[in-house]
Structures are given as C-alpha cells and as structure tokens.
Design a protein. Structure first.
Length: 820
C-alpha cells in the first residue's frame, strides 16, 4: 500500500496541488472571494471535489500496481478499505492546507471579519466535500478495472449530483440547494444573509449516513487480493464473520446508518434542506384562487387582508397585460409571512424572486398595496418573449473555438421588469433616478449592464439605469421591439437597426433634459453611494452580525447589542451607518446622555452623508428636548432643517420645530407625542389618546369662528385631527379615521408635505371603506397639489386602482405606457 508521502509526491497529486494554489491565489484578487468565507469555500470545494474524485480512483490503481496482492490478502477487507480511504482523504486534506494558508496570508492585505465563521465554512464545504469525493473515487476505483474509467465515473457522479441540484432549482420553488460536493448554495450570491444554519448540518449528516452505509457494505463485496468489488460476495476468509451471530452484529452499523439515511431523506423537507412545493403549502396553510392567480398565503391573514391581496394581484395583472399585450393564463404567487419564513422555505430572505418558467413569484407580506408585486409579476409576463427553457432573456452564443456559451442578459431581464412596473421611488420617478446618477457621476458604463456585468454593480444603480433605458425604448419604439430584443438576449442592431451604443446615446440625450431638484440630488447621493456586495468588506459577516443586533434589541439585551455593534464598527469603520446605530443603541441602554456623549464623534465622521447628518442632528434635538434644554434643541433642529430629507423626515422636523415655539400645554403635549425616549417602545393606545387630547386642545385654542384666521395657530388648526387620523389608519381603523382627516383639511394644515400626506391618507381610508367617488376626488386634489414627481406617480396609480375597482377596467384615457 503506497504511503501518504508517496501519494503526495506523485505527478497527478502535484498537478492538483498546483491547480488549488492557482485557484486560491487568483481568488485573492477577486472581491468577495478574497477572504476566508462562503464564496471562497464554495469555489474551492468544487475544485477539491473534482480533485478528490480523481485522486481517490487513482489511489486504487496505484495500490494494484504495487504488486502487494499477497500481502493485502492477509488483511481484512475492512482494514484494506479503511487504509485506502484514509490515504485518499488525508492526501486531499493535505492539499487543502495550501489554499487555506494562502487565503489566511491574504488577510494581511484584505480584512477578514470573522475567522471562526470562515473556518466553519471551510470545514463544512471543502473539507467535507473533498472527503466525500475521495471516498466516491475509491469506491469507483474498486468497482471498475481501469483507472481512467473509474475517474470518469467518479467525475460523472459529481456532475450528476450538481445537475440534480440545478434540476431542483428549476423544478421546485426553492432557490437554495445542499449538495455533497458543492456543499450549500443560497440561491442568490447578492443576498448578504448567508450563514451556516441547521439545514446545512442535517444535509451533511444525511450525505454521510448514505456514504457510511455504502462504505460498510463495500468490504462484504471486496476481493482483497484483486482490489475489486464483486457482485457476489468473495469466499469467506480468515477475517470475515462466518457465524450467524457475528454476521448479525456486523450488520448492525449498516442497518443503523441506512435507517438514519432513510429517515433524514424522508424528512428532508421538514428539516429544511430539500423543501418542496408541498411543504411550502403546508407551512403557509391557505390558498386563494382568483381569475388569474393561485395565491398561497398564511392562514393567519384576515379575510379583508386576503381580499386586498387578491385585488392587488388582479389589478397588476390588468396593468401588465396592457403593457405586454397579453398575460399568462394563471400565475402562482407565494406570500410568506416575513423574510425569515421566506428564507427557511425557499431561500433569498431579503431578495425578491420570480421564476418565469414556473410562472411563480415569491414575496413576503408588505402591506397594501404591495411594493414589489408588480415588478416580480413583470418578470413572468416578460417570459412570453423569453427562451423556451427559462423564459428569460437568454441565448446560446458562439464562444472560444466555436463552442456554445450561455448568455443571460441580466440588464434586459431586470430593466424590462422595472420599465413595466415604472413606479416611483421616494420623490423621484424612474428617469429622475437615472438623471441623478449621471449628475452625481455614479453611473457605471451602461453597455456593461446588458450581460452578467449587471451583477457586478450596486443593485440600486444597475436597476435604475437599466430600467430607465428600457422604459425609454418602450415609450419610443414600443413593446414589440423591446420584446424582440429581449427574445434575442440583446441583439440591438438586428431589432432596432442601430447598435446599442447609438441607442444609449439617444437615451442619454433624453435623460440630460430631465430635471432633479437639488435636495433630491443630495438624497440620491446618499442612496446610490452604497457599493455592490462585491465591493463591500465582510458583507455576509456584517449582515449576520446586524441580524444578531436586531435579535438582541428585540430581546431587550441592549448591552449585547452595543458589544456587537462595536465589533461591526471595527470591521467597517468607513461606514457611518454602523456608528449611528451604535449611538442609538447606547442611548437605548443608557439614556439620552449616553447618546449625546457619542454624537460629536458621529458628526465628525468624514463619510457622513447630508441626510445622515440631518438625522443625527434631529436626534440630538430630540434628546436635548427630553433633557429640558429647549435652546440647544432648537439649535440642533435649525441645523438639521438646512439639510435634505424625505417627506416623512421633513414633516416630523417641521412639527418638532413648531412645537418648541408654542406654550404649554400645547408644547408639552405635542412633544410628548412626537418624541419617544430612547429604548422605550411606542404605545399605539397612548398615541391615539394624545392625538385626541391634541385635537381638543387646538379646537379650544383656535375656535371654529370667523376670527380664527387671525390666530397664529390657524395654519395648524387641523393638526390634531390629522395626527389622530394617521394613528387610526395605522391601527386599521379606516372608518374612524375619515372624519378627523376631513375635518383637519377643512380647519387648516400647512401646505406642502403635511397637507399632501393628509390627502394621501384620506384617499387610502376612503378607498378602504369603498367610498370610491370620494377617494377619486381626494386623489385628484393630491395630484394637483403634490410637491414631487414621485407623489404624482403614486396619485396616478391610485386613480387607476380606483377606476379599476369601480368598473373592472383600466381608465380608457390612460395610455398603458404612461406611468400608472
């Protein structure tokens, strides 16, 4: 039997060692793969599995060539097999120390945030995968007479196993997969929430049980002298159990492993490592059928919630049918309770998914109307233009040596969905988002988005640019051509008669005329400067730690949350968001003074954006107010007001500054409502009570008479009713919210953000109570007064919804290519 040293010095082993070194060295310069973490271990595990399958098969051939048959014949089959397996596995593990050393040394130039987790991934993926592959190689080496044939069979085993995982991705809702050789695939590499969880351990245990049973059965068929597995058991020899009792005892471990393997396989869905559609249906528990949908949802949803969900689906179906010209006969929609349930049952916790070839979308509950439902459904609608297999923008193209190369045009896949959805984001419409990126010089090369290069960019930028470009093509040239270029996976010259560069130049000229308000440009800068996951340090580790922070805060363990956030700040000191989170958490643990002690450090952070600075200054004002320092609070609020914010932030700061200027009891009551002490949960009942008190107080201070317009409080006379209406709407009391909101608008509210939000909330309440005529009138008022393109887009969408709900049809005057 060749020694381990002899095996390691053989030419084939050295070649695999060189390949592993080359792979590890190359990955040291690839973002996200350049640390000891999941991505590095995934790729290394695949290479190690191929190496293990080959070296395991070759080891048997080497042992046969050593002419030790007489010596081997004196050993038990178990000892011979154990010796072969031990040498094969140890040789692979010895080789894996080389890439492990390389990636560990790379930590001198690239920060590694969680070495322990990296080592855990290394153990669970390349170490276990290589061992399984080596054992498979040995078994095939013993089963087949020729080394090359055994190697081919072992490689085919790896390939078939991976192909089975791809098939499950295609045939089942789940996007994640657990495999003996790949280890674990989460479904989307751009999901930051990747960690070793219980299903991974269960999958490994199942794989090892099957393998262990096979390895214990093999000696019963092993011809030790020839080093071959035989169909018939060899003649009973000196080291084989001959009695019934001995054979029974020898069979016990095999039986135990087979029972374990069969049990783990039978409960694979319940254990979470091979979830199928039936398991998802059982866990969610309810189905609602509509004309075009099968909506699988939680049984805990109320009848009204399910009705709203069904209505939302059918409206979006009608709108998308108008854009695409037709729609699928039936779509299945999975609505999970939350991100955690979605991660457990199908993967991609915080990433929304559609599988056009299955005509399915996978979302989590998000209120009404659902924010991304239309986008995900658009992927399914676009499937009518896609390839026959995946129903996306995909084609085989000629590659090196004329070999076919798969080409997924991700820019078209996502861009067409954004163009069909075409909803506002905050206060900007889709073209304004693209214009902001160009104005901020944050736009990547557009040509690179129409391929796999899309995935290398920050998602917020890539989606905005690809969506705006596709929307331009849709409006300018129509859906027929956009569908044709989608079907061709990006053959723009053939479809449009122009190369992609010319079309981009046309679009750039169009975007150059789009205006973006300066305040919105500052907000866009803060949003779009977030880098791609490929460019962030320790993205997975930080995401997991932030999950631990949320769990600690939910459990009331503020001190633990502080410790974890301090660690996160050390890992990513250039990101001020973590420092802000630490400031808030310290305040929750130790009161406003603890937060104020850290505020100066936060404000001095060189990467702090203007919206972040504004938020911190407003928080300082809140804490100064709680400490009864009104002058300091007013100063902080005044500085914050000079910086950009979204409409919600502007409304809140306007009310806080106005409250500080008033006298008690109005000041005291309004500030108590607006500012919650850090760490103290808000009480909905208390908020409703305070808004009732505020409404009564303002009614006394600004009576409904002809002289009330002379009161300095007149512009805010309806504030109490507005806040009461908002609270009642948030508590699903739409009927009760309508009267105070209508009265608030009559009595007086400041123009701009507060009045617009009152109109929007009133329109929501009226729609909820089926007062469609009133809801349409309120929404039209909002459309006339809306201070931003984003809010005008929302109003147009709401008017279309009202018309559809009343008539079952979209508005006739609505161009299907206009923003709904």
């Amino acid at each position: 039997m060749p020694s381990l040293r002899h095996i390691l010095l053989r030419r084939q082993t050295l070649l695999w060692a060189a390949l592993l070194i080359a792979v590890a060295s190359g990955l040291c310069f690839v973002p996200l793969f350049n640390v000891l973490g999941y991505e590095f271990c995934l790729l290394l595990g695949l290479v190690a599995s191929v190496a293990g399958a080959h070296l395991g098969a070759r080891l048997v051939a080497i042992a046969r060539e050593a002419d030790e048959s007489l010596l081997l014949a004196t050993h038990s089959p178990h000892a011979v097999l154990a010796s072969l397996l031990g040498r094969a596995v140890l040789s692979l593990w010895s080789l894996l120390t080389l890439p492990l050393a390389i990636i560990a040394l790379n930590a001198l130039r690239v920060r590694n945030c969680d070495l322990a987790e990296g080592l855990a991934f290394f153990a669970m993926m390349p170490i276990v995968s290589a061992a399984i592959a080596a054992c498979v190689g040995v078994l095939w080496g013993l089963a087949l007479p020729h080394s090359w044939l055994a190697t081919l069979a072992a490689w085919m085993t790896v390939l078939v196993s991976l192909a089975w995982g791809v098939y499950r991705f295609y045939a089942e809702p789940a996007v994640f997969g657990y495999d003996p050789f790949a280890g674990y695939f989460p479904g989307t590499l751009y999901d930051e929430d990747i960690a070793i969880r219980a299903p991974f351990y269960w999958s490994r245990l199942q794989q090892l049980c099957w393998l262990g049973a096979a390895l214990l059965i093999a000696p019963r068929r092993l011809d030790v002298g020839a080093l071959r597995l035989r169909l018939a058991p060899p003649r009973v020899g000196l080291h084989q159990a001959s009695g019934v009792g001995e054979r029974f005892v020898a069979t016990l471990p095999i039986g135990a492993l087979l029972i374990g393997a069969i049990t783990l396989t039978a409960y694979r869905a319940e254990l979470g490592y091979a979830v199928d559609a039936e398991q998802i249906h059982r866990d969610l528990g309810a189905v609602r059928y509509t004309r075009h949908f099968e909506i699988v949802h939680s049984a805990q949803l109320s009848r009204d919630e399910v009705n709203r969900l069904a209505e939302d689906h059918e409206l979006r179906y009608a709108q998308l049918s108008a854009v695409f010209g037709a729609g699928p006969r039936r779509i299945r929609s999975y609505i999970f309770t939350d991100a955690e349930q979605k991660r457990r049952l199908m993967g991609a916790a915080r990433v929304y998914i559609a599988k056009p070839w299955r005509r399915e979308v996978y979302l989590q509950e998000q209120g009404f109307p659902h924010r991304v439902l239309k986008h995900e459904l658009a992927h399914v609608f676009a499937g009518r233009f896609g390839d026959p297999l995946f129903r996306v923008s995909f084609r085989w193209r000629s590659g090196p040596l004329g070999l076919p190369v798969p080409h997924f045009n991700v820019g078209l896949i996502e861009g067409v969905a954004v163009a069909a959805d075409w909803r506002s984001s905050g206060e900007l419409d889709g073209h304004q988002r693209a214009a902001a990126l160009f104005a901020l010089k944050l736009a990547p090369p557009i040509e690179g988005l129409f391929g796999l290069g899309f995935l290398a960019q920050a998602g917020s930028r890539a989606y905005a640019l690809a969506g705006s470009f596709c929307r331009y093509l849709l409006d300018r040239y129509g859906m027929a051509k956009l569908g044709a270029v989608y079907r061709s996976a990006g053959d723009f010259r053939r479809v449009y008669g122009k190369p992609l560069g010319t079309l981009i130049a046309e679009w750039r000229a169009f975007i150059a005329k789009v205006k973006v308000p300066p305040a919105q440009l500052a907000l866009a800068a803060a949003r779009y400067r977030r880098p791609s996951i490929l460019r962030r340090v320790c993205a997975h580790e930080i995401a997991n730690l932030l999950g631990e922070v949320r769990a600690a805060n939910d459990g009331g363990d503020r001190e633990r949350a502080v410790r974890i956030l301090e660690r996160v700040c050390r890992f990513e000191p250039e990101n001020p968001a973590h420092l802000i989170g630490l400031m808030y958490t310290r305040a929750a643990a130790g009161g406003p003074s603890a937060g104020l002690a850290m505020a100066k450090t936060v404000l001095s952070h060189r990467a702090l954006s203007k919206p972040q600075r504004r938020s911190v200054l407003e928080t300082i004002g809140d804490w100064r107010t709680l400490q009864r320092e009104p002058l300091e609070a007013a100063r902080a609020y005044g500085e914050a007001a000079k910086l950009p914010a979204g409409p919600g932030g502007r409304r809140m700061l306007t009310l806080k500054r106005w409250a500080l200027e008033q006298r008690d009891p109005l000041r005291r009551l309004l500030l108590a409502y607006l500012i919650t002490p850090p760490g103290e949960p808000r009480s909905a009942a208390r908020d409703v009570h305070r808004t009732h008190q505020l409404r009564r107080l303002l009614d006394q201070l600004v009576p409904a008479s002809s002289s009330r317009r002379a009161s300095p409080l007149a512009p805010y006379a309806g504030l109490g009713g507005y806040l009461l209406g908002k609270q009642l709407w948030n508590r699903d009391e739409a009927e009760l919210a309508i009267a105070p909101l209508e009265r608030a608008l009559r009595r007086g509210l400041p123009a701009g953000d507060i009045r617009a939000e009152a109109l929007r909330t009133l329109a929501l309440c009226q729609y909820e109570r089926a007062r469609f005529g009133a809801a349409a009138e309120t929404t039209r008022r909002l459309l006339r007064q809306a201070p931003s393109a984003g809010l005008r887009g929302w109003a147009r969408d709401w008017l279309a919804r009202i018309h559809w709900r009343r008539t079952g049809k979209l508005p006739r005057k609505t161009n299907p290519l206009a923003s709904f």
